[in-house]
Design a binder for this molecule. Structure first.
Ligand code: OAA
Length: 160
């Protein structure tokens, strides 16, 4: 499937909330949905690496990197680990690196941009908390949908 959000909004106009930031699509996959898993971190992707090395079947990792443009919270190795562990997508309020390689991987990746510099992994960051960015609240266990048309969240799983 290439387009999901238009049909979803036609069918469930009152159950979806739309992000107000134009994220860039970096993965080879662009259309996805799944249960929200969250990380809050700033210029340290220790928790991103840790979580994406565990099973992500049916899940989407949402990372609030506080819009930092100074470090990359995802690179090709961690993204390959995410593919291997069946994650549906990674959404980052921040940057990625290795954009060329990530563009070949079978996973959806949305971020604000790129930065070639990796983080210092000091083990910092919080998991499984509600995040607020792009005009949305991302609550762990709720659902997220994305494609080239945008990102939306809902309290419950919506079926097309
Ligand atoms: O290790 C990192 O922080 C990011 C990276 O380069 C990779 O995932 O390959």
């Amino acid at each position: 499937m290439l387009d999901l959000l238009p049909d979803l909004f036609d069918k469930y106009p009152n159950q979806l909330r739309l992000a107000n930031v134009p994220f860039i699509d970096f993965g080879a996959k662009t259309c996805f949905f799944g249960e929200i898993v969250t990380i809050d971190c700033f210029n340290d992707n220790s928790k991103v690496k840790e979580l994406l090395a565990t099973s992500g079947q049916g899940k989407v990792l949402v990372v609030d990197g506080h819009a930092s443009m100074n470090r990359a919270l995802l690179g090709d190795m961690i993204a390959e680990s995410a593919v291997k562990h069946d994650w549906q997508a990674v959404i980052i309020n921040g940057c990625i690196r290795d954009a060329g390689t990530i563009g070949t991987l079978d996973i959806a990746v949305k971020a604000l941009g790129t930065c070639p510099i990796k983080t210092e992994k000091l083990g910092q960051g919080q998991t499984n908390i509600s995040l607020h960015f792009a005009g949305l609240t991302f609550v762990p266990g709720q659902y997220i949908y994305g494609d080239k048309n945008g990102i939306a969240v809902s309290d419950k799983l919506l079926i097309i």
